[in-house]
Design a protein around this ligand. Structure first.
Ligand SMILES: C[S@@+](CC[C@H](N)C(=O)[O-])C[C@H]1O[C@@H](n2cnc3c(N)ncnc32)[C@H](O)[C@@H]1O
Length: 326
């Protein structure tokens, strides 16, 4: 069942209800693993992340990955024809899709993100690019995608949809969000999926090569915000960035390592961290091309197109669900 509340054309889905959010925050500290959504939720975090993206993403500002996104969207537009809807899941600032919105041919666009500030940013960017376009904003946890589908099914009607899932794979475990999204694809829908990759032949070396995109002052400043907001003094912990392998996939992890006692209070509970204790703040998975292709095959996704950045650090796939609607 979908219960949505309208607030200036932005809908808040129950997956971001404050009570659920509080439970997730408590679980993050209990398990010593911060939920990724908590790095984007507040306007301050959204602004810090936008700065990280501008400064360090190979897809921003004409970087090496900049070309693969417009190319994939041009192909998707040709594949679905005029009159489709764009549904951007984890839209961020909506910058990647902006050119397509501006180019025309869409019936409407949905900006979906866990961060209200980023839904507004994407919505504004698209309205500026195409003032007449119907743009909907929804604040939601994409892991509730099965519950969300009736919401955009209502908006899009029977029109084909192109779902963009850009920059999302790195922050979710492989079984977390994607299977639910795939299950909701109709025969006429297309999914554009991006992955950040471990470039080169050796994934460990590849991840070490891209580590400076994460281990820098702007990213640390952004990731510290969640503990800043909970009044944890900056001087009681350091942020460590390292490469790890987890269930066969390499990733970059950022961890708060306490160097002095610190207490975190949230949701009516509190946790005391002693020097040496660790709290994982963030991870970014960097699979190989072969691993993403295998994941698509496991999910019965048919590959219609693949665009790999010249430096091998990012790729986008255009996909349809095999057997959808049969
Ligand atoms: C790396 S950014 C990618 C943004 C944009 N798609 C792009 O490629 O530039 C990840 C985005 O996912 C959003 N996000 C993180 N966890 C989420 C969740 N559980 N549900 C919905 N959005 C989430 C963040 O707020 C952020 O905007």
């Amino acid at each position: 069942m979908v219960v949505a509340m309208a607030l200036f054309a932005m809908y808040f889905h129950p997956s971001v209800h404050p009570r659920r959010t509080e439970e997730m925050l408590v679980a993050s500290f209990k398990n010593r693993r911060m939920e990724h959504g908590f790095h984007y939720a507040s306007p301050r975090q959204a602004l810090r992340w936008l700065e990280v993206h501008r400064r360090h993403s190979p897809a921003a500002g004409g970087g090496p990955a900049a070309g693969i996104y417009p190319a994939s969207m041009r192909a998707a537009a040709a594949e679905v024809g005029a009159g489709a809807w764009l549904v951007s899941l984890g839209c961020g600032g909506g910058g990647k899709e902006r050119a397509w919105v501006e180019a025309g041919g869409l019936s409407g666009a949905v900006a979906c993100d866990v961060s209200p500030a980023l839904v507004w940013t994407a919505r504004d960017a698209w309205k500026q690019a195409a003032p007449e376009l119907e743009v909907r904003g929804v604040v939601a946890d994409v892991r509730a995608v099965a519950d969300l589908a009736p919401l955009w099914d209502g908006w899009t009607g029977m029109r084909p949809r192109v779902f963009t899932f850009f920059g999302m794979m790195p922050n979710f475990e492989p079984d977390e969000a994607l299977p639910g999204l795939v299950a909701g694809l109709r025969a006429e829908d297309v999914l554009l999926l991006s992955a950040n990759l471990a470039p080169g032949f050796d994934p460990w070396e590849g991840c070490t090569h891209v580590l400076p995109q994460y281990a820098n002052a702007e990213t640390e400043h952004w990731l510290r915000a969640v503990l800043d907001d909970l009044d944890v003094p900056r001087e009681v912990f350091d942020v460590e960035f390292l490469v790890r392998e987890c269930r066969g996939i390499h990733r970059i992890e950022a961890t708060a390592v306490f160097r002095a006692p610190g207490t975190v209070a949230a949701g009516g509970a509190s946790w005391a961290f002693q020097p040496g204790e660790r709290l994982r703040l963030f991870f970014s998975q960097r699979p190989t091309l072969a691993q993403v292709r295998a994941q698509c095959a496991d999910l019965k996704l048919r590959v219609l197109g693949e665009w790999v950045a010249p430096d091998g650090q990012e790729a986008v796939w255009m996909l349809r669900r095999e057997g959808a609607g049969e």
